[in-house]
Design a protein. Structure first.
Length: 400
């Protein structure tokens, strides 16, 4: 159904970035529309795009590179208690964030450079512990780490539930007067000085400005006049079912596991969280993260229908048998996910044209989404950048 109302801001996409943008814009007094589909019920028969936030657990911590990622996350994190209290939706579970890596990492990955990660935490005033091989084993006696590996530990980290974060952001947005339409925008046009959006269901809406916050599917939407310089990948999450939250005592780990000079695993192993089916799962991801580049809606939909890369199941089985030899794993299954990457490893938060701001973050976007959305709302509504971080840091790059 068409809506005759003209909004100050229309947000395309109702994931973490879109929901946060809508929330901050509405709370500033603007009239706000946010348009985005519900999560599909069945990936096996899915058509169209997909959102990476369809998940229960993301690590929320500062042991990240580049430093800007951690800074944006810290700004978001400071507002989380108030958002939880106001909406009654708790999306945080305390955890230790432990980055495990070989004592000698060489030139393998900046993401696993212990000195860089420690300096970033120090720059943000967040205490972290450096654990040698013996201290790591003593701290987590139920885990078996590869010989020669050490760690950095952030004791006051969280597992963030991205589905619940989105629910909280949208709850706060609607409380401030925002309108949510559950549809997918299929066209964006200019009508005079306004932006007109058309939904797959036939509805149309107009706004003075728009924010395009469609994540890894941005280029696939067809809503931009040119392609962003981003790469979209079909990622795989392996869910290892356990008996419950007390089945294992463990931190959440970013892990680089090296044996005989070769990396045998690089990714995340998350402490158990409860999923919508009422079961508890450890989440493992990383080995095939960037192995499946995708182009367009059809390739994204086809990837989702696969349910993820089945080869990751054996990787997870071997990893868990070595890491948690006493753990009873009740089942293993894959889930599809989407991630995207920018050349700078930083978000894009920039003008696509004179009326629309484009907003993209990669796989770590959930923990920083509230701050990125705040910045986007300010830029779109006022037309100017007013933050102490230079706007050039978030400049979009466009494909030739």
């Amino acid at each position: 159904m068409s809506d005759p109302t003209r909004y100050d801001l229309a947000v395309i996409g109702a994931g973490p970035l879109g929901a946060a943008t809508a929330r901050h814009a509405a709370e500033s007094g603007a009239s706000v529309l946010v348009v985005g589909p519900e999560e599909p019920a069945d990936p096996a028969g899915h058509e169209g795009t997909w959102a990476g936030y369809y998940d229960q657990g993301r690590l929320c911590h500062v042991l990240e590179v580049p430093l800007m990622t951690s800074l944006l996350a810290m700004r978001s994190r400071r507002r989380f208690p108030e958002l939880i209290a106001r909406t009654g939706i708790d999306f945080l579970t305390p955890t230790h964030s432990v980055t495990v890596l070989p004592a000698e990492t060489g030139e393998r990955s900046l993401w696993f450079d212990r000195d860089v990660l420690a300096r970033n935490a120090a720059d943000l005033g967040v205490p972290v512990d450096a654990l040698d091989e013996q201290e790591l084993a003593q701290a987590y006696p139920g885990l078996r780490f590869e010989p020669g590996h050490v760690a950095l530990r952030e004791p006051d980290a969280f597992i963030l539930n991205p589905r619940a974060l989105v629910a909280a952001e949208l709850s706060a947005a609607t409380a401030a007067g925002a309108t949510i339409v559950r549809d997918e925008v299929v066209a964006r046009d200019r009508v005079g000085d306004d932006v007109r959006l058309t939904g797959a269901g036939g509805g149309t809406w107009t706004a003075a400005r728009a924010v395009l916050a469609t994540g890894a599917a941005t280029n696939a939407t067809g809503l931009l006049d040119r392609r962003l310089a981003t790469a979209t990948y079909g990622a795989t999450v392996v869910l290892a079912e356990v008996a419950g939250p007390d089945a294992v005592s463990m931190p959440t780990m970013m892990m680089m596991k090296v044996r005989g000079g070769e990396m045998v695993f690089g990714g995340i192993v998350m402490a158990p969280v409860e999923y919508p089916d009422g079961r508890w799962y450890l989440k493992i991801s990383g080995s095939s993260l960037l192995d499946f580049p995708l182009e367009g809606r059809e390739e994204i939909a086809a990837w989702v229908r696969t349910g993820g890369h089945p080869g990751d199941l054996e990787m997870a089985r071997v990893l868990l048998a070595e890491l948690l030899p006493d753990l009873e794993v009740l089942s293993l299954r894959t889930r599809p996910c989407l991630v995207c990457a920018t050349p700078s490893d930083l978000p894009y938060l920039d003008w696509a044209d004179e009326s629309t701001v484009v907003l993209v973050e990669g796989e770590r976007g959930a923990m920083a989404a509230d701050e990125i959305g705040r910045l986007a709302a300010g830029l779109a509504l006022t037309g100017r950048w007013s933050d102490t971080i230079p706007h050039a840091v978030f400049a979009a790059e466009w494909s030739a």
